[in-house]
Design a protein around this ligand. Structure first.
Ligand code: GTP
Ligand code: MG
Length: 282
């Protein structure tokens, strides 16, 4: 049993998203809770320049999908062992100039044909600063552009591997973390979702037009997968439409990667729903 557990690589979740969206803040909250609160989360973060992978633990109270038939009160399990699931969080830099490297790495890992190196990436947490979305269209364009590129990578991988593998759940899930909900200026998750969908729709139209213009000559019909699918009812892009198309599910959930006050349980309240989402992927 133990040997089997050891030989299986831990599931990895990749933190992506623009600079300042709270990826490192989230990681440090999860990490400090994993260290049994021996360390208070660092309140100061600074912009990340490299990717770092950290092994963390899901709080025992967060349900895990693969354990769903096991009662939380299962007396056969000692308290500390119950649901003590480990996973890896990979923090990445969000700066615009460092994004294409993230995309390249993601595509390489997900499309690796080598079974031994099969991707252990189970999910992507795409962080957005929901407060800065209220400030202007430029931020929205930036965030939606990055998300579009990530979704396009997934679509390419899936279309190459064949759609059935995606439907079989072999591919990853995406969480859009509408962060900074502690700020009163933050847009609620429903509105973050709407804005991202309509902006991705706009980007899609622009790129489609660009491709049509570029392929005005003959012998061009291989560009189909260069534009993101996901037409919902009425032809506009929706996350639901994307799920119907390529089988990748996108959830938009609000929260905050910040300790509310000193007495707060290591910031557990603000990130709880995201940890529950992670548990549902495991
Ligand atoms: P890069 O490393 O540059 O890609 O940015 P990042 O996504 O890692 O952002 P980081 O975690 O460094 O957070 C940026 C700033 O936002 C920091 O000052 C955090 O303290 C702050 N911050 C992060 N999450 C929250 C939140 O939920 N609420 C509030 N009010 N501030 C937050
Ligand atoms: Mg960072």
């Amino acid at each position: 049993f133990y040997r089997k557990a050891a030989s299986q690589p831990l599931s990895t979740f990749v933190l992506l998203g623009p600079s300042g969206s709270g990826k490192t803040a989230f990681l440090s909250l999860v990490e400090s809770a994993s260290l049994l609160k021996s360390k208070t989360p660092s309140t100061t973060t600074h912009t990340s320049q490299t990717s770092t992978s950290t092994t963390v633990t899901l709080p025992p109270s967060v349900p895990v999908f693969s354990n769903r038939y096991r009662s939380v009160n299962d007396p056969s399990l000692p308290d500390a062992k119950r649901n003590a699931v480990k996973y890896i969080l990979r923090d990445t830099p969000g700066h615009g100039k460092l994004r294409s490297a993230q995309l390249t790495q993601l595509q390489a890992e997900l499309s690796s044909k080598n079974k031994k190196e099969a991707s252990s990436i189970r999910g992507i947490l795409f962080f957005v600063d929901a407060a800065s979305l209220a400030e202007g269209a430029e931020n929205l364009r930036d965030y939606a552009g990055y998300l579009y590129d990530i979704l396009l990578v997934l679509q390419k991988v899936i279309l190459t591997k064949g759609k059935s593998s995606a439907k079989a759940g072999a591919i990853i899930r995406i969480l859009v973390a509408a962060n900074k909900q502690d700020l009163f200026t933050a847009l609620p998750p429903g509105s973050v979702k709407q804005k991202l969908e309509s902006e991705i729709d706009r980007i899609r139209q622009t790129r489609q037009k660009g491709l049509l213009d570029a392929s005005a000559g003959p012998e061009h019909d291989e560009d189909e997968d260069e534009v993101l699918g996901g037409d919902g009812a009425g032809g506009a892009f929706t996350f639901q439409g994307l799920e119907d198309d390529i089988g990748v599910k996108v959830d938009v959930i609000g929260g905050f990667a910040k300790v509310e006050n000193e007495k707060d349980d290591a910031g557990a309240t603000g990130i709880r729903k995201w940890e529950e989402w992670i548990g549902s992927c495991l």
